[in-house]
Design a protein. Structure first.
Length: 385
């Protein structure tokens, strides 16, 4: 019999993408092997504690239930109805572990619930980030070769985490600037010279000195990154974005700063100051500052949604079909996308960023009227028959 604390651990770590394969199996068995009323109630409580409920229309709830029922052979009873608001999440877990859709190791042929066969898979992009250094002669950034990593105090571990800890005093006091540039579909974790941890999202750039100034630690960001700032009371940490400066001493926060869009600074722990020449605001945990050239506006947000990208999820927030497929193309190695529908629906939801695109597409198909086909490395989108 599983305890409440053990169930809480499983639900929380599933949502945060931290479950081991063994733990995933335990959670699946718990939810599919005649769960008790108490187990379902506790699951409901912990799920709402750590994540937003995904709302499905009634007919889609029934369709998702049939998907679970047909593949797992569980008994259809009143208790399972309580899990239907989260059924898409459960299907996502089952897809990840290969329980619903089995692949033949030799032919790589998979069958979906409409009977369509595909002999191809499209996988997550495997791009590696680029480290650039400012050339003092040309004033432009140029790539650093791995052979000179030691010279600049750069180390890379087996998990591809980059650590910057300069020990060459001559290089340090030249105030050398480095830039980490991520490619589409890549999240890069780095550790700055002061011990600050940064996760840089896809298609982003973070620029910082190899040796921080004694008075302030300043970096500049284009794109999105999550910061866990090392606490140094005498040396504030500042992120310069497209529109605002975010200043802290030591805290956890997310910055989304694209030149053509709203800049958004979201606080998870501690306190930050967000400012520009028009004014400033102070944030408490769970608050977000946003805006462009004007003084930032402060709102309350769900931090789990903001950090979905870091936890391995794709989040669609009231996007149209073109925006949805563009986001898919950013993360997956899709050669082309052909849309054969005039579908005007808007899409909202959070989906596991599975290694195979077909797994993600089946999740979206389960709660929409769309049908996806993968052919010749491309993606075809149409309405279901």
């Amino acid at each position: 019999m599983i305890t409440n604390s053990e169930l809480e651990y499983l639900v929380k770590n599933y949502i945060e993408n931290n479950l081991t394969p063994t733990e995933e199996g335990i959670l699946i068995k718990l939810l599919t092997d005649s769960p008790t009323e108490e187990t379902l109630e506790q699951f409901d409580f912990f799920y709402n504690k750590f994540h937003k409920t995904i709302q499905l229309e009634e007919e889609k709830k029934d369709a998702v239930w049939q998907e679970i029922h047909s593949h797992l052979g569980v008994q259809k009873n009143f208790q399972w109805r309580k899990l239907l608001p989260y059924a898409a999440i459960l299907i996502g877990l089952l897809l990840i572990t290969g329980i619903i859709f089995k692949y033949n190791d030799h032919t790589k042929i998979a069958a979906d619930r409409h009977g369509h066969l595909t002999t191809e898979q499209i996988l997550l992009r495997k791009n590696k980030g680029t480290i650039l250094i400012l050339d003092s002669l040309t004033g432009k950034f140029k790539p650093i070769d791995h052979s000179v990593f030691d010279r600049y105090g750069i180390a890379k571990d087996s998990s591809d985490i980059l650590t910057f800890k300069n020990t060459n005093q001559r290089i340090a006091y030249q105030n050398t600037l480095l830039t980490i540039s991520t490619h589409p579909g890549q999240v890069q974790k780095i550790i700055l010279p002061d011990g600050t941890k940064v996760w840089i999202n896809s298609n982003s750039q973070l620029c910082f000195p190899i040796h921080f100034d004694s008075k302030i630690r300043q970096v500049s960001l284009t794109g999105e990154a999550y910061f866990e700032v090392a606490h140094v009371p005498s040396q504030p940490f500042r992120v310069q974005g497209s529109h605002y400066n975010t200043e802290v001493l030591g805290t956890h926060f997310n910055v989304q700063s694209y030149p053509a869009g709203l800049e958004k600074i979201t606080l998870l722990e501690g306190r930050v100051k967000v400012s520009n020449h028009k004014g400033s605001v102070y944030l408490s945990p769970g608050q977000q500052a946003l805006g462009t050239a004007d003084q930032p506006t402060k709102i309350n947000v769900d931090t789990l949604d903001v950090l979905a990208w870091k936890k391995g999820y794709l989040t669609f927030d009231n996007v149209n079909l073109q925006q949805l497929t563009a986001q898919i193309k950013e993360w997956y190695d899709v050669k082309f996308i052909i849309i054969r529908t005039k579908n005007q629906d808007r899409f909202s939801g959070t989906y596991k960023r599975t290694n195979s695109l077909s797994d993600l597409l089946k999740n979206i198909e389960a709660v929409s009227d769309l049908k996806f086909d993968i052919k010749e490395g491309g993606l075809y989108v149409e309405n279901k028959p």
